[in-house]
Design a protein around this ligand. Structure first.
Ligand code: ZN
Length: 462
């Protein structure tokens, strides 16, 4: 007696990322509704199930969807590449990014979120953690729902910086913003989209706001997410204000816990690592931003030490003027490579460890370890099918080396999010790509013009 399922996805190899890290040759993934029913040998599953649709086959590698644990889906996708790549950190943030973010309309934020999520999906990312810099949350959530990605989002919340006007909020308004956002974004789109307690972070929040963000996370049972210590500005600011480094101060406030995701954490000392490990925090390592904005991650970063202390490290992409792409495969490649060279030690990090950070590490950061990050029965059917009939995939002799060192998002063929086929043979099924490209171009030109910021292209356009 065969059992009915919706989809059977077959692969030359199925990379499961299960507990024993099995890679199944001539494998398959059985999907019913939004969940994985079984993963095993294709011959076994074909005999056992009657699938409404069977796809994949001999030339495909099947993997879990990647988890991007830090990305700005508004503000930057539609101004990608406009900020010169030789601007120092402070100038980058305050003279370029803040003004660009502040001139987006609600409709442009929606479009930006769609462009960003389409780029993620088409390169094999099925879940993301947004950076907490959305202004028009309802429009953005609506846009994400239409595209079909899975994610956790948050509004732009801070109470200390005086500028720009559009983001100005006092402490009470900031606290209300956090709670209101979580309440209005509870389980949108069958639970694919919801909100977390998020702060911009750095030195932009008062102690009462930090405490309120923690209370909101506890009260609503969601995660807590913020930026911290990409550059020495943050530790210097905390030391000047409190006589303590950031992690020490935040820990004393009760902010840090095992539901807490912090982005960057480049300028941290060993005492801070102890506190982070003890609290059980996760760190979103954004290698591309570190390289482009000159954080010094390979000089002073302690990512290997975090991993050795058992701190969960996942991978993020960040904003499109710091990391001008959203392809997690390219970021995972950097994670595998940067510290090999910096420490002159090939063990930092093996391809398998880097890939684990991009999948299971991301799932842990997002508090979704039981739901995503691997291909196992009972988890959401977030499945990516890679086409190996491509030059960078051949010859295929070692799947994990190929995934991390050779392949990238270009080979992604078909993508499922919660059992729904969102990318089919390289094309989006949920929205019209041609319209997205032309609207994005028009919006990018309009936003940069409205910002009044100069075009700093160095070569003459003739
Ligand atoms: Zn960021």
């Amino acid at each position: 007696m065969t059992k009915r399922i919706d989809t059977l996805v077959k692969g030359w190899y199925v990379v499961t990322m299960n507990k024993t890290r099995d890679i199944i040759r001539d494998g398959a993934v059985a999907i019913r509704g939004n969940k994985i029913v079984e993963v095993g040998k294709a011959s076994v599953l074909e005999a056992k199930y009657e699938a409404a649709e069977t796809l994949g086959g001999d030339r495909f590698v099947v993997t879990p969807g990647l988890v991007n644990t830090h990305i700005h889906i508004t503000g930057e996708p539609l101004t990608r590449g406009y900020v010169p790549d030789d601007t120092p950190f402070e100038e980058n943030v305050f003279q370029w990014l803040c003004p660009l973010y502040s001139v987006y309309t609600a409709e442009e934020e929606r479009l930006s979120a769609q462009l960003s999520s389409v780029e993620m999906l088409k390169s094999g990312t099925t879940t993301f953690l947004e950076a907490g810099t959305i202004r028009c949350i309802d429009e953005v959530v609506d846009g994400l729902d239409e595209v079909g990605i899975r994610g956790r989002v948050g509004k732009w919340v801070w109470d200390l910086p005086p500028e720009p006007d559009i983001y100005k909020q006092n402490t009470d308004a900031a606290i209300a913003n956090i709670n209101d956002t979580i309440e209005r974004c509870t389980d949108v789109a069958d639970g694919r989209i919801s909100a977390w307690s998020m702060l911009v972070g750095h030195t932009t929040a008062s102690d009462p706001l930090w405490r309120a963000a923690r209370e909101a996370a506890d009260h609503h049972g969601v995660g807590l997410n913020f930026h911290m210590s990409p550059a020495k500005l943050d530790p210097e600011g905390f030391i000047a204000e409190f006589g303590q480094r950031p992690m020490i101060h935040l820990n004393e406030l009760g902010v840090l816990s095992d539901d807490t995701s912090m982005t960057h954490c480049v300028h941290v000392d060993d005492n801070e690592l102890d506190v982070m490990a003890h609290a059980g925090c996760s760190v979103a390592h954004c290698p591309t931003t570190a390289l482009k904005v000159a954080y010094g991650v390979t000089q002073i970063g302690k990512i290997p030490e975090m991993v050795m202390r058992g701190i969960n490290v996942s991978i993020g992409i960040d904003g499109n003027n710091a990391s001008n792409y959203a392809d997690m495969y390219r970021a995972t490649y950097l994670v595998a490579g940067l510290f090999k060279d910096a420490r002159m030690d090939a063990q930092m990090f093996p391809a398998e460890k880097a890939y684990e950070m991009a999948t299971l590490g991301g799932a842990r950061t997002m508090l979704m370890e039981d739901e995503i990050g691997s291909l196992e029965a009972g988890k959401f059917a977030d499945v990516v099918v890679h086409d190996t009939d491509r030059p960078e995939w051949r010859p295929l002799l070692n799947v994990m080396n190929q995934l991390v060192w050779s392949a990238d998002g270009r080979g992604v063929h078909t993508v499922f999010v919660g059992g729904a086929k969102i990318v089919d043979a390289g094309r989006m099924t949920t929205i019209d790509e041609q319209i997205l490209w032309s609207q994005s171009q028009a919006a990018g030109e309009a936003i940069t013009q409205r910002s009044g910021l100069p075009d700093k292209s160095k070569y003459p356009i003739i």
